[in-house]
Design a protein around this ligand. Structure first.
Ligand code: IPE
Ligand code: IPE
Ligand code: MG
Ligand code: MG
Ligand code: MG
Length: 298
């Protein structure tokens, strides 16, 4: 299956859900904050995290709507992470998803709070909605996994290392940083849905490795695209990493070896996936996403 076909099948539902379930401000004084949250959520993200959740859940279940709260929470968290990533104190970017960044539109303080509020709301939504479909112990495990992926040894710590490495990172750090800042949440997209179903230990282990590889692959390709594509195509400022002295797979290995690294990481993920396929699971959606992660151009 081709990625556009797969994405088009779910895209409208994902976009609608993400907007429809955002909280409503009880005080008119918070309307601008609420608008800032909505501004970044409604912007045109690729929604790869929701799609990855759906693909993972589809290994185990036919009825896919129950996993919606999980992917929605992840996309709200991802959106918060982008709002904060773009702030002057972090990457200082003016464009995101083809539009002005949140802080350029609403100011730094509102952008910081829009990020904080999206993050908190994601967990509120999980606590309220997930137990309507899954047992409490499974919900707790899946929510805890996601919280961990966002935290000190996941995205938060990874973002901190990314910023610190602009000044004093060593080349050996780059894959570790990438797995933390970007990989951990993508791995949760694969593992959270598995936790919520009846996934056995052998498949879970393979999915864990698969999730790790696909998460790393996503950031390796993000680094490559930063130097190979234009700002118009990316919807964000191209060549930003070099300008800022970021530690990336391209700055460490050069473009050719970075591409090789992407290929090898892809093959690792492919291996795990074929083993899952050999155990009788339909991996077509996951394979479609994996191929897209290697071949995407923005
Ligand atoms: C960008 O993520 C930031 C990274 C983790 C590399 P995406 O490339 O998924 O951004 P959107 O959601 O499509 O805007
Ligand atoms: C961002 O990585 C990772 C996050 C956790 C948001 P980048 O800084 O490379 O993402 P872009 O290139 O700005 O989208
Ligand atoms: Mg960054
Ligand atoms: Mg950035
Ligand atoms: Mg980048």
């Amino acid at each position: 299956m081709n990625f556009d076909l797969f994405s088009n099948q779910f895209r409208a539902e994902i976009d609608a859900y993400l907007i429809k379930h955002l909280p409503v401000a009880t005080s008119p004084y918070c309307e601008i904050l609420s608008e800032a949250m909505r501004y970044s959520v409604r912007a045109k993200g690729k929604r790869v995290r929701p799609l990855l959740c759906i693909a993972s859940y589809a290994l185990f279940e036919k009825n896919l709507y129950k996993i919606s709260p999980y992917w929605a929470a992840i996309e709200w968290i991802h959106t918060y992470s982008l709002i904060h990533d773009d702030l002057p104190a972090l990457d200082n970017d003016d464009y995101r998803r083809g539009e002005l960044t949140n802080h350029k539109k609403f100011g730094d303080s509102t952008a910081i709070l829009a990020g904080d509020t999206l993050n908190a709301f994601a967990f509120e939504h999980l606590c309220e909605e997930l137990p309507l479909h899954f047992s409490p112990d499974k919900c707790l495990k899946a929510i805890s996994l996601l919280a961990k992926a966002c935290g000190l040894n996941g995205m938060g710590g990874g973002q901190f290392m990314d910023i610190s490495a602009e000044r004093n990172g060593t080349d050996a750090d780059v894959l570790f940083i990438h797995s933390a800042k970007t990989g951990a949440i993508l791995q949760s997209c694969v593992l959270g849905p598995a936790i919520l179903t009846n996934c056995n230990d052998a498949v879970y282990k393979l999915l864990s490795n698969f999730g790790q590889s696909i998460g790393l692959l996503f950031q390796i390709v993000d680094d490559i695209l930063d130097v190979t594509e234009s700002s118009e195509i990316l919807g964000k400022t191209a060549n930003k990493d070099i300008l800022q002295g970021k530690l990336t797979v391209v700055s460490v290995y050069g473009l050719d070896r970075a591409r090789e690294l992407a290929k090898n990481t892809y093959k690792n993920a492919q291996n795990d996936l074929s083993k899952i396929g050999n155990m009788g699971y339909d991996t077509e959606f996951l394979k479609t996403i994996l191929d897209y992660f290697l071949e995407r151009t923005y």
